[in-house]
Design a protein around this ligand. Structure first.
Ligand SMILES: Nc1ncnc2c1ncn2[C@@H]1O[C@H](COP(=O)(O)OP(=O)(O)OP(=O)(O)O)[C@@H](O)[C@H]1O
Ligand SMILES: [Mg+2]
Length: 336
C-alpha cells in the first residue's frame, strides 16, 4: 500500500515560491492501476516524483507498506528505491548501449551478481516481447519498442511499484494500446502496483481501476474509475470525461426540443434500452433519443442516454420514478 500523507511540494524559483503539490493525501492499494489526471502544471509529475523521493516533499510523508520513506537513511532509501521502477515519456535509454546492455546496466547498478545478469536480461526481454531486438541500438527501435526497453529496465529489480509519467504520450494510438496491454499484463502476472500519469482519459478508461484528478497541486476528486465516469462531481472532471463520453447536442436540435430532457444512466448489466422502451409503453409519454452510448470501462458496461420526454408532468414523473425503480439513475437536465 502506498500512502501520501499531507504532501506539499514548494519550489523556489528566483526567490519566488511555486506550489507544485498542495496538501495531497491519497491511498493507492496494492495491485491498483492508479491514474493521475490533470492539465499541464497541475502537479502530477511533482507528486509522482515524491513517491520515490526523487523530489523531497516540503512537508508530509510517503509510506510504502507502512514504511515511512521520508524517515529513511540514504542507504535505506537506496534499497527502498530498488522496489520502485519508473518509466517516462522520453524513454531515456543509453544510445551507445544495445537493448540488452541497457537492461544489464540497471541490473549492475542494483548489484546483481554478474553471472546472473544474462539470464535475467533474457527473462526481461521475453516478458516485454523484445527478445529478437536484444543486440540492436535504441536508434534502430520504434517508439513502442523503446518504451518496451524502458519497461524491461524498470522491472529489472522486481519492483513492487511501477511509476509511469506520460509513458504513452509520445506514441501513436495503436502502439499506445499495445503498451497499455503490456502494463496490464505486468500488473496481473507480477502483481505490481502501477501509478500512471496521463492527460488522456482513454488511457484511464482502458486500464486504470482507480484515479485522481489534480488541479493547482491539489487532488480535487478521486475514486473508482467506473464511478467517476458514471457521475463526475467536479467541473474539471466532467471536462476530462467529456473528451471520451461527449453529450454535446447541437443548438439547432436543442431549439426544437419541446419536452423535458433527461439523462439516463445504466450501470453494470442493466439492459438500458429495454427499460426505456418498457417505460414508454407503460406511461403516457413520448420519448426521443438525443444521444446515447454504452461505454465499457474495464469490461463493465455504462449506458448513458439523453432523451427528450414529452407528456403531462404527472406522467413524466411516474415514468422517471419507474426507470429509477428499474435500476436507472435519472437526472432531469432541462424542464421546458
Ligand atoms: N523543478 C522545478 N522547479 C520549479 N518549479 C517546478 C519544478 N517542477 C515543477 N515545477 C512547477 O510546479 C508546478 C507543477 O508542475 P508539474 O511538472 O508537477 O506538473 P504536471 O502536472 O506534471 O504538468 P505536465 O502535464 O506539463 O507534465 C508547475 O507550476 C511547475 O512550473
Ligand atoms: Mg508532468
Amino acid at each position: 500500500m502506498l500512502e501520501f500523507r499531507g504532501i506539499t511540494k514548494i519550489y523556489s524559483v528566483k526567490k519566488k515560491k511555486v506550489i507544485g503539490v498542495d496538501h495531497v493525501s491519497l491511498t493507492i492499494n496494492r495491485g491498483d492501476i492508479f491514474g493521475i489526471v490533470g492539465y499541464s502544471g497541475a502537479g502530477k509529475s511533482s507528486l509522482l516524483r515524491c513517491i520515490n523521493l526523487l523530489e523531497r516533499p516540503t512537508s508530509g510523508e510517503i509510506l510504502i507498506d507502512g514504511v515511512n520513506l521520508t524517515k529513511l537513511s540514504s542507504s535505506q532509501l537506496r534499497q527502498a528505491r530498488l522496489k520502485i521502477g519508473m518509466i517516462f515519456q522520453h524513454f531515456y535509454l543509453i544510445s551507445q548501449k544495445t537493448v540488452s546492455e541497457n537492461i544489464a546496466f540497471a541490473l549492475k547498478a542494483a548489484n546483481l551478481p554478474v553471472n546472473k545478469i544474462p539470464a535475467r536480461v533474457d527473462e526481461l526481454l521475453e516478458m516485454v516481447g523484445l527478445s529478437e531486438k536484444r543486440d540492436v541500438y535504441p536508434a534502430q527501435l520504434s517508439g513502442g519498442q523503446k518504451q518496451r526497453v524502458g519497461i524491461a529496465r524498470a522491472l529489472a529489480n522486481n519492483p513492487s511499484i511501477l511509476l509511469c509519467d506520460e509513458a504513452t504520450s509520445a506514441l501513436d494510438p495503436k502502439t499506445t494500446v499495445s503498451i497499455l496491454r503490456l502494463l496490464k499484463e505486468i500488473n496481473i502476472k507480477l502483481g505490481i502496483t502501477i501509478v500512471l500519469i496521463t492527460h488522456e482519459m482513454d488511457v484511464v478508461k482502458e486500464i486504470c481501476n482507480r484515479m485522481a484528478i489534480m488541479q493547482d497541486g491539489k487532488v480535487i476528486e478521486e475514486g473508482e474509475v467506473y464511478d467517476i465516469f458514471a457521475s463526475p462531481q467536479e467541473i474539471l472532471t466532467q471536462e476530462f470525461i467529456s473528451s471520451v463520453v461527449s453529450f454535446e447536442i447541437p443548438a439547432a436540435i436543442l431549439k426544437d426540443v419541446r419536452g423535458q430532457i433527461v439523462k439516463i444512466l445504466f450501470k453494470g448489466n442493466v439492459a438500458g434500452e429495454g427499460v426505456i422502451s418498457d417505460t414508454i409503453q407503460r406511461f403516457n409519454v413520448k420519448g426521443n433519443f438525443l444521444h446515447g452510448t454504452i461505454e465499457y470501462i474495464q469490461e463493465r458496461p455504462l449506458g448513458i442516454f439523453l432523451m427528450e420526454l414529452q407528456g403531462e408532468q404527472n406522467e413524466l414523473s411516474k415514468a422517471v420514478a419507474y426507470m429509477t425503480k428499474r435500476g436507472a439513475l435519472v437526472e432531469v437536465i432541462q424542464h421546458v
